[in-house]
Design a protein. Structure first.
Length: 282
């Protein structure tokens, strides 16, 4: 596969602020990503239980339906060699290089699970919030650390993104200007007077597909009501010329959390802790 995108695709990105690349990764690769996601989830939940503290990587919710849902784990590249390799895959990097006109440098990564658990995990505090993401753009968060506006993100569909799974919804063309945000219970949200929050286009795509989007593009996602996970591996890259440093956003979390994860592994090796949680398979 030629990793580069066409002139027409490049023009579409500049006009709309996003681009869908269907089945960029094959069936076997998407399945391996799901296996890695299961491994990471098992690790982080058990490390939380063993250490009697919720991992700072883990975002877990008690949603309005009554289920417990894993919303997100961040960061993850230091927990999976395969996912770290994917973040540098030319099928992701080459299109971003074309769009940026510069070398993309990895800024952060997160695995958005939206995964319902068969039963609540006792011993981990979960917020009483739904698993949706508000109407926002990513730069509303990035600008606090003086990141440039031309950051690009790639979202790899580990699972098929369907209408009932809480897919990413985008507002085409909204990357052309900065829209003001306000804080809400779920994070930051574009001021309702500036955009129709009921508008937007759902990104529906098979597993292995990639969504590329601009840091200023307005997007959100509704709750996942499919009963199955909607896992997206999201990488964000900035242009090398910005010279923003290595792992500035995610590095502190890795340093803070890894001692607890190693402590959990040693507890297992000594027989002081037996895994209480296994990621469900779908």
């Amino acid at each position: 596969m030629n990793p580069e995108i066409t002139t027409e695709q490049l023009q579409q990105f500049h006009e709309q602020g996003y681009l869908i690349l269907p089945e960029r990764f094959n069936v076997e690769e998407a399945a391996r990503m799901r296996e890695e996601a299961d491994h990471i989830l098992t690790l982080i939940v058990n490390a939380s239980l063993a250490n009697k503290r919720k991992s700072g990587r883990l975002d877990i919710r008690n949603v309005s339906s009554g289920q417990q849902v894993v919303r997100k784990i961040q960061p993850v590249n230091d927990l999976s060699l395969y996912l770290a390799q994917v973040s540098a895959d030319e099928r992701l990097v080459a299109p971003m290089r074309q769009i940026m006109g510069d070398e993309p440098i990895l800024m952060e990564e997160k695995l958005n699970y939206k995964e319902p658990l068969p039963e609540p995990v006792a011993g981990i505090e979960a917020e009483q919030l739904d698993d949706l993401f508000p109407v926002h753009n990513d730069w509303a968060y990035y600008k606090a650390q003086n990141y440039p506006q031309n950051i690009l993100s790639s979202a790899i569909c580990m699972d098929a993104c369907k209408a009932n799974s809480g897919p990413i919804r985008v507002w085409p063309g909204t990357h052309k200007e900065e829209l003001a945000h306000e804080p809400i219970e779920y994070g930051l949200q574009v001021l309702p007077a500036l955009i129709d929050h009921n508008d937007g286009i759902d990104v529906l795509a098979p597993a292995g597909s990639v969504l590329l989007f601009h840091a200023l593009l307005i997007h959100n996602s509704k709750p996942n009501v499919s009963g199955k996970p909607r896992r997206l591996m999201i990488y964000s890259h900035f242009p090398k010329a910005s010279n923003m440093g290595a792992d500035v956003r995610n590095g502190p979390a890795r340093l803070r959390e890894s001692p607890y994860e190693w402590a959990y592994q040693r507890m297992k090796d000594r027989g002081d802790y037996i895994d209480q949680f296994e990621a469900p398979r779908f």
